[in-house]
Design a protein around this ligand. Structure first.
Ligand code: ADP
Length: 444
């Protein structure tokens, strides 16, 4: 970065210097050309005076190389020329400056020399006898001017370029230094340069985000660790029970009259294991952002009907009446997840109920949302556990939940599915009297 700033400043400085130089030379050329014109006018007047006084003798004694002087008769014939032999010279009447001098007493013009190698300036003055004296001189060109001051110009240029490069180096360092000195861990601690304050603010924001991400990652890794520990723990108990019974049977230690009870236990433990695996798979599918299922129109009431039908036998076995009321409501969602929400809530309402109890599912069509209420007359939930029951593996009474075949994952699956539909879930309960779970699911 320092190099780029240095190169940019250096280039700009050198370009500005060269542009100024060209401008100055152009102005100088204009100035010198005016001075030269005045000098030529004066010289022409002096020569004219000399010729008036001494005639051709005056011209003859002039050094020919100084200026070219031509004396022209009133009919344009060249009477004398300090450089060329006048006898072979053509009529000068058509020369612009000569014409002007004959007409107005004085004339001047400039044009390329006959050899086209340099530009000449001509100045002509009419004498009292009607003849004209013309003086010619090479005009200052910009190159001539440049050549004349080449040495000091080169010196000044080298000096200016060196100064520019030195200043560019210092300036680029001064620009970059505050950025290099920024404390990246605490970017807002110094505020000496308002120009880099937006950068400092962005850095601070990034730091904040990094800290948040780090925290999130840490809590995720803790959650994962806890989850693995919980899964292992939950699987260990049924595996131990099953292998224990298998060993007893292998050693012929199970009496034939105990077989139905042992088979029953083996069945319920293996059910528990497969339920746990199913719940874990369901949870991981819900959390997967890669294979997120597409949403479509779902009739919540029809989904509730399916869930109630699937659980009818279980409700009958538990001596619990299961009832569905309400209206058809269509929302945009994932059909399997809406079914899971209803199934898990009804399943809990039956499992944590009492013989002779009831479960009522109500689906209401509200203006912007579908509302599901699952009310039971079961054992209820203590108020301090309202939030915790949605955590993975949290069970109010572990042994009771295990007895009724719980895995501790049902409500966390429900909460996740409600969340992916931008809905809400809450619970109200009276211990030993029953609970109501209320879910709202936005229609759009
Ligand atoms: P589980 O598979 O153990 O039922 P859940 O996540 O579905 O796990 O529920 C967590 C805990 O919340 C349950 O263990 C139970 O203690 C309590 N719970 C859930 N639903 C009800 C309910 N309808 N009545 C009483 N307690 C409930």
């Amino acid at each position: 970065m320092t190099k780029r700033i240095f190169a940019s400043i250096g280039t700009v400085a050198i370009l500005v210097f060269l542009a100024s130089l060209i401008l100055i030379l152009t102005v100088l050329q204009g100035y010198y050309s005016n001075v030269q014109k005045e000098q030529m006018k004066l010289q022409t007047s002096l020569v004219a005076e000399g010729v008036e006084l001494s005639g051709i003798e005056y011209l003859k004694q002039l050094a020919p190389e100084e200026h070219r002087i031509t004396w022209i008769s009133p009919d344009g014939k060249v009477l004398y020329d300090t450089v060329n032999d006048e006898t072979g010279m053509e009529n000068h009447m058509d020369r612009e400056e000569v014409k002007e001098a004959f007409a107005d007493g004085y004339g001047e013009s400039s044009r390329m020399s006959s050899t086209m190698t340099r530009k000449l300036f001509y100045s002509a003055k009419k004498l009292n006898d009607g003849t004209v004296i013309r003086v010619a001189d090479a005009r200052y060109s910009i190159w001539l001017l440049l050549f004349g001051i080449l040495q000091p110009l080169l010196l000044v240029s080298v000096f200016a370029i060196l100064i520019s490069l030195f200043l560019a180096h210092r300036l680029s360092k001064r620009i970059v230094d505050p950025i290099n000195q920024l404390d990246l861990d605490h970017p807002l601690e110094t505020n000496d340069y308002p120009e880099i304050y937006p950068l400092q603010k962005r850095l601070a924001k990034q730091q904040e985000q990094i800290a948040k991400d780090k925290e999130k990652l840490e809590s995720m890794s803790i959650m994962r660790r806890d989850f693995t520990a919980n899964v292992s723990h939950e699987l260990k108990t049924p595996i131990q029970t099953i292998s224990g019974y298998a060993e007893l049977m292998q050693n012929g230690m199970v009496e034939s009259e105990d077989l139905p009870r042992v088979a029953d236990r083996l069945y319920s433990e293996s059910r528990r294991m497969s339920q746990l695996v199913e719940d874990i798979l369901e949870l991981s599918q819900l959390e997967s952002e890669v294979d997120a299922p597409s949403k479509e129109a779902v009739d919540v009431y029809a989904a509730a009907q399916n869930a109630v039908e699937s659980l009818a036998f279980q409700a009958e076995q538990s001596d619990v009446t299961l009832e569905l009321t309400g209206d058809h409501v269509e929302i945009i969602g994932v059909p399997e997840q809406i079914y899971t929400i209803l199934y898990n809530l009804c399943d809990n309402a039956i499992r944590y109920n009492r013989p002779g109890g009831s479960v009522t599912v109500r689906v209401a069509n509200e203006p912007v949302e579908a509302v599901i209420e699952v009310t039971d007359t079961g054992i209820g939930i203590p108020e301090e556990d309202y939030d915790r029951i949605f955590e993975r593996f949290y069970q109010v009474d572990k042994s009771h939940s295990r007895e009724v075949g719980g895995t501790g994952l049902g409500l966390s699956i429900v909460k996740h599915a409600v969340g992916t539909h931008n809905g809400t879930i809450r619970v109200e309960s009276v211990e030993n009297a029953g609970s109501t779970f209320t879910v709202t699911l936005p229609k759009a």
